[in-house]
Design a protein around this ligand. Structure first.
Ligand code: NGS
Length: 366
């Protein structure tokens, strides 16, 4: 009896030790992954494609867009100007007043602010350049991207304030023209994240038809690195690749939840999100299926850049029907989505920090 008790205790101790060791090794490897890539931004020259800068987030930049002269340190071509800076920075501007391809005031990793968040009114005075409805465009150059940030929302005011404070600061450094749309679900029905995102997308382009893309953004996720550019993607981009509460690991390859970017055309091509997912889970997987069906694929920035802090909250109630709708989703793409969307706009206000859209969502027939 005594001996088996000791054996069990020893086993429990060993397992606990193993779990602790695994935890620290995961943390360590996430940190090391970052240490290996101290680069902020570099433009590749011919011959650099292999090797030295192989982890670069902007690898896809076409070198024919610019040319480079190490002696002159500044060179004008007929299309663009490349200005090199000491260290590892470089920025590209063109002659027609467009913003640089690489925003000049990025710093990489920065401390996310989650405490001492000001009240809305005080915060509004911190961003005097915002246009009504939480819209902004860079004052000194023409933005390359016009982005609607769509945030499905209900009942999380402290998260909303933290989100707004961080996201406005972050986006303005990136020289993107943007507007923030907080789409709030009225009533007590289970949360329908996907339908709220459809509403946000529809309302944003109704207000400003020149938006080129949407970034669908959970209110509890705060970007930690300003190289995570909120630009319009060539292929749909899953942005919340590594989240602190998941030990900065991607849970599975096809995940498309949290933060994701799609152009207006890509969103139209897949008929938006399904309207049928009430309660937590599945709606993002259904979108991943829609993308595959339309021969689009999910792109991602590297995990050491696409990092997020998740604000703490209780677990939401999972939707017991999510697997049913997920498995039968393919046959509904053409009739369940943007083209079947219905909602009642209960309120609509161009607030200082964001456009607020309060909606009542009906249950639509499958
Ligand atoms: C999957 C859910 C997704 C969800 C993902 C991560 O299981 O909707 O977990 O969730 N799919 C289904 O339930 C079918 S998270 O850990 O971020 O809350 O996005």
């Amino acid at each position: 009896m005594g001996r088996s008790y000791l054996t069990v205790r020893a086993l429990v101790l060993i397992v606990t030790l193993l779990v602790i060791i695994e935890y620290f090794s995961l943390m360590q490897s996430a940190e090391n992954a970052d240490k290996k890539a101290p680069i902020v931004f570099r433009i590749l020259e011919d011959g650099d494609r292999e090797g030295r800068y192989s982890r670069h987030v902007l690898q896809a930049l076409d070198s024919s867009l610019y040319s480079y002269s190490p002696k002159q340190h500044s060179l004008v071509t007929d299309r663009v100007t490349l200005v090199t800076r000491p260290g590892n920075g470089a920025s590209v501007t063109n002659t027609s007043g467009q913003c640089p391809l690489i925003p000049p005031s990025l710093h990489g990793r920065f401390p996310v602010q989650v405490t001492d968040i000001p009240e809305m009114d005080a915060m509004a005075s911190m961003f005097p350049q915002l246009q009504p409805g939480g819209r902004w465009s860079p004052p000194d150059c023409k933005a390359r991207h016009k982005v609607a940030i769509i945030v499905p929302y209900r009942d999380r005011e402290p998260h909303l304030r933290a989100f707004l404070l961080n996201i406005h600061t972050f986006l303005q450094k990136q020289q993107i023209e943007y507007g923030v749309y907080i789409v709030e679900q009225d009533g007590n029905q289970p949360f329908n994240r996907a339908m709220l995102m459809n509403v946000g997308a529809a309302e944003a382009v109704k207000q400003h038809p020149d938006y080129q893309c949407y970034i669908f953004h959970d209110v509890d996720l705060l970007p930690e690195d300003d190289r995570n550019l909120y630009t319009c993607p060539i292929q749909p981009r899953h942005m919340s690749v590594s989240i602190d509460s998941f030990l900065y690991r991607l849970p599975y390859d096809d995940i498309f939840g949290g933060v994701s970017a799609m152009t207006v055309d890509q969103f139209k091509a897949v008929n938006g999100f399904s309207n049928l997912f009430w309660g937590w889970g599945g709606e993002d997987d259904d979108m991943a299926n829609r993308l595959r069906l339309k021969k689009l694929f999910i792109s991602r920035y590297p995990a050491n850049i696409a990092r997020y802090k998740m604000l703490k909250h209780g677990k939401e109630k999972a939707n017991p029907e999510r697997f049913k709708y997920l498995y039968s989703g393919a046959k509904r793409v053409g009739r369940d989505g943007l083209n079947s969307l219905k909602y009642t706009k209960v309120d609509f206000v161009l607030k200082k920090l964001y456009t607020w859209i309060l909606v009542d969502l009906p249950h639509l027939k499958p």
